[in-house]
Ligand binder design. Structure first.
Ligand code: NAD
Ligand code: UDP
Length: 328
């Protein structure tokens, strides 16, 4: 098949492209390189079955494809909040363009939606029929309300124009190739730990998240795209951890002498998040296989190799001050 991946130079998109190329598909990667990098897809450059197009999806484009994985959108709060109006344009106008394209070329389109559509959830764990608890005017709204409209557009194109949609609600995903300055919690803690710096826990660290390793997530996306259910389907790892537990796990794995530094909790930070994956299990025969420690191990190795390749001098564990929680 010929498969278009929007946001293909980003974290999840590039892992997805690796899988699709490995399966012998022809892949078109479309990206404006806002948070994505050519480095992530470098190994496919020059391959006759791979094409890279620098394009911003807020502008229309005409292409031919059998399937579209629509991932283009910054996912880290610091990046999506840097230019919130652009984030909304990407989610709304960009998704409109991709659905219009899917309609015209009769391609199946999968929207990478998010657990953020549940906002600060009052239902725990979150099931797909829960409508969410979202602040429409907060600093996260450009992303979570943007994705909610993207879902609405997808279902309206489906009902009105028979567009063949799939909607994945992705929960926190981590792994190799996350940006060092990404701002998300796993990459922050891993980079801080490797550099011998204090781990920055926001609030008291009692808020929870459920972390899915990227290869598991990619497997779920491919199963959803090629199955018969349109969704929405939660894709995430149901193992739930407090952020303090995550910090302590990474601390124990990299350097037990590191400090934990408590910082103010950002506005509208969801208190709990855990996917109910009954639909993914029954509809897709999918569930995550990589436990947190194994995934963190792979992620830490990747970050260590990248930091060393950039010429960083990483401290030897044990040479830092003894761990004492510091509040700043
Ligand atoms: P990412 O920031 O690494 O990748 C996003 C990619 O989209 C980047 O390559 C970026 O350059 C590109 N992009 C952004 N705006 C664009 C535009 N206007 N036109 C063209 N390209 C554009 O993020 P990611 O973690 O790989 O996330 C991919 C998708 O999955 C996003 O849609 C995100 O909302 C969704 N998602 C991710 C997570 C997660 O934990 N990683 C969780 C929920 C949902
Ligand atoms: N977080 C933290 N320290 C950091 C970065 C994030 O304690 O250095 C917290 C953040 O406040 C949130 C959780 O970790 O409660 C997950 O944050 P992330 O930005 O990774 O994802 P999201 O909030 O979008 O789920």
């Amino acid at each position: 098949m010929r498969i278009l991946v929007t946001g293909g130079a980003g974290f999840i998109g590039s892992h997805l492209i690796d899988r699709l190329m490995g399966e012998g598909h022809e892949v078109i990667c479309l990206d404006n390189f806002y948070t994505g990098h050519k480095q992530n897809i470098l190994k496919w450059m020059g391959n006759p079955y791979f094409e890279l197009i620098r394009h911003d999806i807020t502008e229309p484009i005409r292409l031919e494809a059998d399937q579209i994985y629509h991932l283009a959108c910054p996912a880290s709060p610091i990046h999506y909040q840097y230019n919130p109006v652009k984030t909304i344009k990407t989610n709304v106008i960009g998704t409109l363009h991709m659905l219009g394209l899917a309609k015209r070329i009769k391609a199946r389109i999968l929207l990478a939606s998010t657990s953020e559509v549940y906002g600060d959830p009052e239902l725990h764990p979150q099931q797909e029929d829960y409508w969410g608890n979202v602040n429409p005017i907060g600093i996260r709204s450009c992303y979570d309300e943007g994705k909610r409209v993207a879902e609405t557009l997808s279902f309206d194109y489906h009902r009105q124009n028979n567009v063949d949609i799939r909607v994945a609600r992705i929960f926190n995903t981590y792994g190799p190739r996350m940006l060092e300055n990404d701002g998300r919690v796993v990459s922050n803690f891993v980079v801080q730990a490797l550099q011998g710096k204090a781990l920055t826990v926001y609030g008291e660290g009692s808020q929870t998240r459920s972390f899915c390793y990227v290869s598991d997530l990619v497997d779920g996306l491919i199963r959803l795209m090629n199955g018969n259910h349109i969704g929405p389907v939660n894709l995430g790892n149901p193992d739930e951890y407090t952020i303090l537990e995550l910090a302590q796990t990474i601390q124990a794995m990299v350097n037990p002498h590191l400090e934990v530094q408590f910082k103010p909790l950002p506005q509208d930070d969801p208190r709990r998040r855990q996917p109910d994956i009954t639909r993914a299990r029954t509809w897709l025969g999918w569930e995550p296989t990589i436990p947190l420690k194994q995934g963190l191990d792979l992620t830490i190795s990747d970050f260590r190799a990248r930091l060393l390749a950039e010429g960083n001098d990483l401290p030897t564990p044990g040479t830092e001050t003894l761990a004492t929680p510091v509040v700043s």
